[in-house]
Design a protein around this ligand. Structure first.
Ligand SMILES: Cc1cc2nc3c(=O)[nH]c(=O)nc-3n(C[C@H](O)[C@H](O)[C@H](O)COP(=O)(O)OP(=O)(O)OC[C@H]3O[C@@H](n4cnc5c(N)ncnc54)[C@H](O)[C@@H]3O)c2cc1C
Length: 472
């Protein structure tokens, strides 16, 4: 039996293009572990919709590892403590993991490194966000120059194949591909005989996924989530389905009634597919036409650059002047917004889509967020927290960065005085069919009056903005 090596999985729930897995497999017998850590993140522990996704993603990952004769271990508790315990049980101190930029993951990484030999690898971004630097070695605070600099480091390394996870197995036939994009691979897997001897870690305790109660019951609010297929295979299928739409993406992505975007965000958040894989598949299928799409993937990297510089970005304004902004404590307005009852059809459609499916179209996210902050003058942090709990793609970096961008409080923001008009936006982006789908009562007397008129809201917002010193 070869030396056990721990693979610590977090938001990287995949086997393909997983540098930490490749490194671990190169050293010994891989023992993958996922730790449900609600302690280190504190009040940033995973929200309810993300937990739904996590359940299904872990079930898929566990099956994928099992196909390779490897058992995924599940543990609950503080990541550093649980890893230390597992390492002691296995008689190893070697841990491989991908690097993450959320502040609580940085804390966990430092804690783990105190007692174990933690090897961190890059691989969840197009490039390591902290290594995209200006000519003088500084950090970028604005997206466009960042993207230009990141592109100079592209293309990313070619995606890594799934390594051999059964070190005692006879050498594999050279023709047997591990590339998951190769149609041969599933066939070769079907014929693989799993040696019962590989279940050597059976004596190691693993929690049962069902006991983690990640799925909602009573009420089961996730019945509308059925269109998602969490897991690595689902991620690949979503990308495959989207590839033919890339040439139209730059236009279609703004129209909520058109399924013009990839819907890869929860897959990317949970690391079920690597951005490098997305890059190479897009380059192969769409070449230059892929640029507008890859630019959006670049925003994901940029958001991680921002939280790497400002770890508390989810809770603190990027521009200090906004600390004095006179937010309104409008509880009825906030509740109406969460329930999709503001009287603005496009805002309400978006908020209902979010509640029903765990996702909202990007343009509608901008409009709904802008409405909360600028029409209702509710602090962006309340909206950010609502999204954190209800999005299946809830991502600390992307959520904070986009909320601050929309609110005008961020380091790289739309100016506050650009106030989106929800009715005009609905016309401009031909949202009628989308609205009818989510707000069927829109043309009836059952639909509420607007909480506030657009013109009055705009004046009120600009008055509030004038009270702060927006130059700081
Ligand atoms: C207020 C607000 C909050 C948001 N919160 C999140 C969040 O918690 N998690 C999240 O992943 N995205 C968030 N976004 C960004 C964006 O809305 C989603 O990434 C996108 O709608 C996901 O759908 P898609 O996968 O079809 O995107 P596509 O248009 O197909 O884009 C491809 C990928 O690029 C990335 N991406 C696209 N746009 C952005 C962006 N503006 N910022 C960062 N990454 C981007 C995502 O990973 C996305 O999957 C937020 C946007 C707003 C305005």
């Amino acid at each position: 039996m070869t030396t056990p090596v721990i693979l610590w999985l977090r938001q990287d729930l995949r086997l393909a293009d997983q540098p930490a897995l490749v490194a671990a497999a190169g050293e010994g017998r891989v023992v993958p572990v996922y730790i449900l850590d609600d302690e280190t993140p504190g009040d940033r522990r995973m929200g309810a919709a993300s937990r739904w996704w996590l359940h299904h993603s872990l079930a898929a990952l566990s099956e994928a590892f099992a196909e390779h004769g490897v058992r995924l271990i599940l543990r609950g508790g503080r990541a550093s403590a649980e890893l230390a315990k597992l390492a002691a049980e296995l008689g190893t101190n070697r841990v491989h993991a991908l690097r993450h930029y959320e502040p609580w993951w940085k804390t966990a990484e430092s804690e783990v490194a105190l007692t174990l030999d933690l090897q961190l690898h890059d691989g969840n971004f197009l490039g390591p966000p902290d290594r995209v630097r200006t000519a003088t070695g500084g950090r970028y605070r604005i997206f466009t120059p960042w993207w230009t600099a990141l592109k100079q480091q592209m293309p990313p390394a070619k995606p890594l194949a799934i390594p051999d996870l059964h070190p005692d197995a006879p050498p594999r036939h050279p023709d047997e591909s591990r590339d998951p994009w190769d149609p041969q691979v599933s066939r070769s897997r079907d014929h693989r005989i799993v040696d019962p001897g590989v279940r050597r870690d059976d004596e190691i305790w693993s929690d049962s996924l069902a006991d983690w109660n990640l799925l909602p019951t009573n009420p089961d609010w996730a019945t509308g989530f059925s269109n998602w297929t969490p897991g690595e295979a689902g991620a690949r299928a979503a990308l495959r389905d989207f590839l033919p739409a890339i040439p139209r993406y730059d236009h279609d992505r703004n129209y909520p009634a058109i399924p013009g975007t990839s819907r890869l965000s929860p897959h990317l958040h949970f690391g079920e597919i690597s951005p490098a894989t997305v890059w190479w598949q897009c380059a192969a299928h769409a070449r230059a036409a892929a640029e507008p799409y890859l630019r959006q993937i670049g925003w994901r990297d940029f958001a991680n650059n921002v939280i790497d510089m400002f770890p508390d970005y989810g809770d603190h304004n990027g521009r200090a002047a906004f600390d004095a902004f006179p937010w309104h404590d409008d509880e009825p307005g906030f509740v109406a917004w969460t329930q999709g009852r503001t009287g603005y059809p496009l805002v309400d459609a978006g908020m209902r889509e979010l509640w029903s499916t765990g996702w909202m179209h990007n343009r509608v996210r901008m409009i709904a967020a802008s409405f909360l902050v600028k029409h209702l003058l509710v602090d962006w942090r309340r909206g950010e927290r609502w999204f954190w709990d209800t999005l299946v793609d809830a991502d600390y970096a992307a959520n904070a960065q986009n909320w601050q961008w929309t609110a005008g409080s961020g380091i790289d923001s739309a100016p506050f005085y650009r106030i989106m008009a929800p009715l005009a936006q609905a016309d401009k982006f031909e949202a009628a069919a989308y609205i009818r789908r989510w707000v069927p009562e829109v043309d009836t007397s059952a639909y509420p009056e607007p909480l506030i008129g657009h013109r009055a809201a705009r004046e009120r917002a600009l008055d509030a903005f004038r009270t702060i010193n927006a130059s700081s």
